[in-house]
Design a protein around this ligand. Structure first.
Ligand code: UD1
Length: 429
């Protein structure tokens, strides 16, 4: 894919787009295939994204046969009796979610090596909670030259309390617990819908698993798991990005194939800001409004306002009347798009973990750089609403999480085209 998106702004979007399968569900459920021996995992609705390709490459390197050439985002992961227990550094450095192979590899091989994930531009993102949980389950962990070496006989089911409801730690420990001896109870787990998707895959493989409404999961480990199939849930972040595109351009669009309950937090904030919608069982239609009003919000773990929509929301609130405050409480240093939005005429001031946004009437097109995946989405949104031409550079970040975003926007009437050189190689955090 190309590395620059050129946008002719100011066109109200019209039409219907369908949400892709969720990146953040596809990555852990694909990693879960490593629990299998001589069996296969069939997934539907897997999005065609750089991060998914990185996970495919990682699983292939470990020995899994991946067949992606099927319609409907169908992917078949066939796992041999033996797989490699060493994750290659080049792939892990490309994508933090590579750390999701640690739990399943350790559970099935009794050992695993994982270079510490790097390349994160959105604050410090350690994996200490993943490691602490595995140690509680009986693993011995050593870190030598930036590589985590984990060793265990068979992991033992334990009661684990997560100090923070980390999405990745919850997923890694759930997968590890699937083949552990006895019952694992993890408390204070992440409640993101992607966790339920992973639980469904594990249940399909024959693992007794129960998520309680109180933020606790119980998993009874089994001796071996069997083939399963599951559908990846719709991408609530991608769907919300299109909803914002409709709102910001004063357009009327329908985003289909969404699960409205997954996007309540964003719809509630937008409604408070004066946006208008119709919500059906699996679609959201945005109606045009003159101008949003300012709102204030704080990012939180699910069901709070998702940190992944913080940058896109900054773009939307840049155009609202009044002063909005957005506090980031999940990641540090995630306001990287503010400077770029300001280059387009926004008035955003960062004070510690809070962005203070003085709404302006109009943004102007400019040449801007995506610094990470969601910052890239924010700049595209700003470009769609701005007067004149915007060039978003470093689209390499956007291709990690948005399937065919240029085609989808064009189908809604946007004037966007790709330019520059192919965005290959580097794939960011
Ligand atoms: C996942 C999502 C990402 C989203 C994030 C929060 C995937 C592939 N990625 O990332 O898009 O932004 O959830 O919703 O699903 N932390 C620790 N120690 C740990 C683990 C996490 O301190 O061991 C901290 C992180 O530094 C961060 C916070 O906890 O500040 C949230 O991280 P976590 O929930 O683990 O996010 P990811 O799973 O990396």
């Amino acid at each position: 894919m190309m590395n620059v998106m050129a946008i002719e702004g100011g066109i109200p979007l019209r039409g219907t787009v369908r949400a892709q399968g969720a990146k953040n569900a596809a990555l852990p459920v694909m990693a879960a295939c490593l629990l299998l021996r001589g069996q296969a995992l069939m997934l539907d609705n897997v999005p065609n994204l750089y991060d998914v390709s990185t996970m495919v490459e990682l699983l292939s390197t470990l020995g899994v046969s991946v067949d992606r050439e099927q319609p409907g985002g169908r992917v078949r992961l066939s796992v041999p009796e033996e797989v490699s227990w060493e994750a290659p550094e080049s792939l892990v450095r490309k994508m933090r979610a590579s750390s999701l192979v640690l739990g399943p590899l350790l559970a099935r091989c009794g050992k695993a090596a994982l270079p510490l994930p790097g390349g994160c531009s959105i604050g410090s993102r350690p994996i200490d909670l993943h490691l602490k949980g595995l140690v509680q389950m009986g693993a011995k962990i050593e870190i030598r030259s930036g590589v985590v070496y984990a060793q265990a006989g068979r992991l033992r089911g334990r009661r684990i309390y997560l100090d923070f409801p980390s999405v990745g730690a919850t997923e890694n420990l759930m997968m590890a617990a699937a083949l552990a001896h006895g019952e694992t109870i993890i408390e204070n787990i992440a409640r993101e819908p992607e966790i339920d998707n992973l639980a469904a895959v594990l249940a399909g493989m024959g693992v007794p698993i129960e998520i309680e409404g109180t933020g606790c999961v119980r998993i009874r480990g089994v001796d071996e798991v069997h083939s399963a199939s599951e559908r990846v849930i719709p991408d609530r972040i991608e769907a919300s990005t299109y909803i914002l595109a409709g709102v910001m351009t004063g357009g009327q669009i329908t985003v289909a194939d969404v699960i409205p309950a997954h996007i309540d937090a964003i719809l509630a904030r937008l409604e408070e800001a004066g946006a208008r919608f119709a919500v059906t069982r699996n679609a959201v239609t945005v109606f045009p409004v003159e101008r949003l009003q300012s709102v204030s919000l704080k990012t939180m773990p699910f069901p709070g306002f998702p940190t992944d929509l913080q940058s896109p929301m900054l773009a939307a609130l840049s155009l609202a009347s009044g002063v909005s405050m957005v506090e980031e409480s999940v990641f540090q240093a995630r306001f990287l798009c503010a400077d770029e939005l300001n280059r387009m005429g926004a008035n955003i001031v960062i004070k510690g973990n809070t962005a203070v946004i003085n709404g302006v009437r109009q943004l102007q097109g400019a040449s801007v750089k995506a610094t990470d995946l969601r910052a890239g989405a924010a700049l595209i949104l700003a470009g769609l609403a701005a007067r004149g031409q915007t060039q978003v550079e470093e689209m390499v970040h956007v291709w990690r999480g948005y399937e065919a975003i240029d085609e989808k926007l064009r189908s809604l009437g946007a004037r966007v085209r790709l330019a520059g050189t192919p965005a290959e190689g580097e794939q960011g955090a």
